[in-house]
Design a protein around this ligand. Structure first.
Ligand code: PRX
Length: 663
């Protein structure tokens, strides 16, 4: 059955390389006029007032872009606003009784929770008052180590209300990862949960949070614990631990005046993996980031206030920040949150949710789409998905076959699919089709959004010819961009700008942002992103630094050296492959492998779990002693090894290759 459908799909869609936006979509699209591209180019940077105009400002800005000190760009300077007021208060008159958040818990037998704008506003005020009472002041970083419970966006908005930046740590990260991030941000406040549900089981989260807290190098003044599991999990509470429910109850009915924040004041920090063992604290601001999240939500996701919009990402990653919380709520729509996995209790859970809530948009990751494909069309086919108007993907390249499957079996060939390229650092979407304007080309994200100057260049920084591979760059700044790495301006320059900029110049034209992705561009200016060119692996759309994983592995007793690379993986896109040299006398057996895997899980979390641990007597190195990662990747991918003549120890390649094949 499945095979027959695939054959049919193949026959009809396989050769089609271009898809026009459906007429029914264009007729109602937020952006349907293609002149926006020229208009933005001509008016740049003034074009970005269109993004800022989507927000309510306490104080109007006087300059759109201050580029006097590149690459420390400032946007909408002189303006002030509050993100929580923009996401809540201003919608109360017209949308107070409409749902702001539709939250779906993983267990199917429980009450799901709807928060109207009125209710969300009330609870955000109460928690904001509680945070103040605990001593959280403006600019104090509050860490959240929380799964997909409604209290997570509530806590984020409560922080935004009082001008305290948040730093959300993905709940799947380990205790160590929490401690590293709290230390780096000097964060003295933590909001967490007792636990959550995963495939029907209770996951106890508080013990992990406590373990992380034990690794924090400064005093943590308070810990707020959301009760998700009820009586199912009795965890110890220290003196400075408070139950979330008690705190908001004490503040019942409290009103907290939103603090007016400078456009350039930090809204949040988000730690992301880089090429060193130390994660990077990406700083996003109130005016530029929020404008960007709102404008891209409106023009790319086509969000309208009356929509029910469903993004299946986790708020612990940037996608959830921009496109579950800030973008959709700034536009006054209904945003959905789902706590669990798409295959619980059955593999049709997402389709069940789409049908029940009549979702208008679905924004998900290629990894999920590949899983849906594997599970088969009977799951989406058993539900009415006709409410969907637009589909989106993010996080990793999507292969044309998965794109077409999504287009046909989820969108019924009636919804545009936006393949959106962006990063934690860019704050929001950068390269994708405007769905009411541009044709789609499966496998290619699309042209840069209006107002962006994104180019694919060679190693000299010159634009490559269509069809040639090169490096993605942004030649002009944009409002949603990161402003710096927290407390580390130097690393900000060296990570993102040094490669293609004249760093001695104060002319903004000499500064080029380098996202560390490879890409190619076609004759129509459509960009296909090829993947990271640094030592970062993209596992299921989640970004992991090889160095972080390597340092966990070399910490295991008996390991002499380790090299970690990403290899192709049918479902996850990429998977972690670890090559390990043991110390003399240490047996590379299954028990040792388990120990190594456990060390990675402890240091980072289960997402970083190696797919394979390969014990090897040596690693392929250049004459200068640098590990040839590209070669290890080829081995993991069972690719042709090409020229190995620059190797110091070419023989080892065959050994390793043989080992991978045996596994
Ligand atoms: O390599 C690109 C890949 O994900 C990286 C950014 O990861 P992160 O900061 O975790 O943000 C993920 C969600 C925005 C990029 O450098 N990436 C993201 N979207 C795409 C993509 N690769 C190809 N196509 C995409 N649509």
């Amino acid at each position: 059955m499945q095979e027959e459908q695939d054959v049919e799909l193949e026959a009809r869609l396989a050769d089609q390389e271009r898809f026009e936006p459906p007429e029914s979509f264009v007729e109602q699209a937020n952006v349907a006029d293609g002149s926006v591209y020229e208009e933005f180019e001509e008016e740049w940077p003034g074009c970005w007032t269109q993004a800022a105009d989507l927000l309510d400002w306490d104080e109007e800005y006087d300059t759109v872009l201050d580029d006097s000190n590149p690459p420390f760009y400032e946007w909408f300077t002189g303006g002030s606003l509050n993100a929580s007021a923009n996401c809540l208060d201003r919608h109360l008159d017209e949308r107070g009784d409409e749902a702001a958040i539709e939250w779906v818990g993983e267990p199917t037998d429980e009450d799901n929770r709807t928060f109207t704008y009125e209710e969300l506003h009330r609870e955000v005020n109460e928690f904001a008052a509680a945070l103040r009472e605990l001593g959280v002041g403006e600019d104090d970083v509050v860490t959240m180590y929380m799964p997909m419970v409604p209290e997570l966006p509530i806590a984020m908005l409560a922080c935004a209300r009082i001008g305290a930046p948040h730093s959300v740590v993905f709940a799947g990260f380990s205790a160590d990862a929490l401690a590293t991030r709290m230390n780096a941000a000097d964060s003295e406040h933590l909001v967490t949960t007792d636990g959550y549900y995963r495939r029907g089981d209770h996951l106890e989260h508080k013990a992990k949070a406590d373990e992380g807290l034990a690794g924090v190098d400064h005093e943590v003044s308070d810990v707020v614990v959301v009760d998700r599991l009820g009586d199912a999990y009795d965890h110890p509470m220290a003196d400075n631990h408070h139950a979330y429910g008690d705190l908001v109850a004490e503040q019942a009915g409290a009103a907290v005046e939103p603090v007016s924040r400078d456009a350039e004041d930090m809204l949040f920090l988000m730690y992301t993996s880089g090429t060193t063992g130390q994660p990077k604290g990406v700083k996003h601001t109130t005016g530029g980031y929020l404008s960007w999240a709102a404008w891209t939500s409106q023009s790319v996701l086509d969000i309208k206030p009356e929509d029910t919009y469903f993004c299946s990402a986790d708020i612990g990653w940037i996608t959830g920040h921009s496109y579950i919380v800030y973008g959709p709520l700034a536009l006054g729509t209904t945003t959905m949150m789902y706590e669990g996995t798409p295959d619980y209790p059955e593999k049709d859970r997402l389709w069940d949710i789409v049908e029940e809530y009549e979702a208008d948009q679905l924004y998900t990751a290629p990894t999920a789409i590949r899983a849906f494909m594997k599970w088969g069309t009977e799951y989406p086919d058993s539900h009415d998905l006709s409410s969907l108007r637009l589909l989106g993907t993010v996080g990793e390249p999507i292969n044309p076959r998965a794109w077409k499957w999504y287009y046909k079996h989820i969108g019924g060939e009636d919804c545009p699919v936006v393949d959106t390229w962006w990063q934690t650092e860019t704050g929001g979407m950068m390269v994708t089709t405007l769905p009411g304007v541009k044709d789609m080309k499966p496998g290619s994200a699309g042209p840069p959004l209006p107002g962006l100057d994104v180019q694919v260049v060679d190693t000299n920084g010159d634009e490559v010819e269509p069809g040639e591979a090169g490096y993605l760059t942004a030649q002009k700044p944009w409002p949603g961009m990161l402003r710096t790495l927290y407390n580390n301006d130097e690393r900000y320059i060296s990570e993102y700008w040094e490669e293609y900029s004249d760093t001695d110049s104060d002319d903004p034209d000499d500064w080029v942002y380098f996202p560390e992705d490879g890409a190619k561009v076609d004759e129509d200016g459509y960009i296909t992103v090829l993947g990271r060119v640094d030592d970062v692996i993209n596992v299921s759309g989640h970004r992991l630094g090889t160095m972080e994983i390597e340092s966990a592995i070399v910490g295991v007793e008996g390991v002499a050296e380790a090299a970690v690379v990403g290899g192709d993986h049918e479902m996850k896109g990429e998977a972690v492959y670890a090559y390990v040299i043991t110390e003399d006398g240490q047996e590379g057996d299954a028990a040792f492998e388990e120990e190594i895997v456990a060390a990675v899980e402890d240091a980072i979390g289960p997402i970083a779990r190696p797919e394979a641990v390969v014990f090897t007597p040596e690693l392929p190195k250049t004459r200068s002693g640098k590990i040839m990662r590209r070669l290890l990747e080829d081995i993991a991918n069972e690719e042709d090894l090409g020229d190995t003549s620059t190797l110091r120890n070419p023989d080892v390649v065959e050994d390793i290759e043989a080992k991978v094949r045996d596994d």
